[in-house]
Ligand binder design. Sequence first.
Ligand SMILES: [Zn+2]
Length: 86
Amino acid sequence: MSIGGLVARGVLLKEQMKKKPCKRCGLHYDHKELDECPHCGHLDQIGLEKLLAEKEDEHQGNRSLGSIFLVVAVVLAILMVIIAGG
Ligand SMILES: [Zn+2]
């Protein structure tokens, strides 16, 4: 990773630390700078439920992606054992 990338990561981390989770949607935002949540402040109950459903989908997407990586890692490990053994 480049130094610029590291700096960007540090700044992002600092920004995240300022933020607190929203009581309504659970997403993080800066309570000091914003009166209402930028994620759900403009949404009604139906909009909020949609947002939360999308968030849940994203989480599940990440989970299945994680298990694909795990399977690939296991297959690679087995292949390496076979190659090393042969
Ligand atoms: Zn919110």
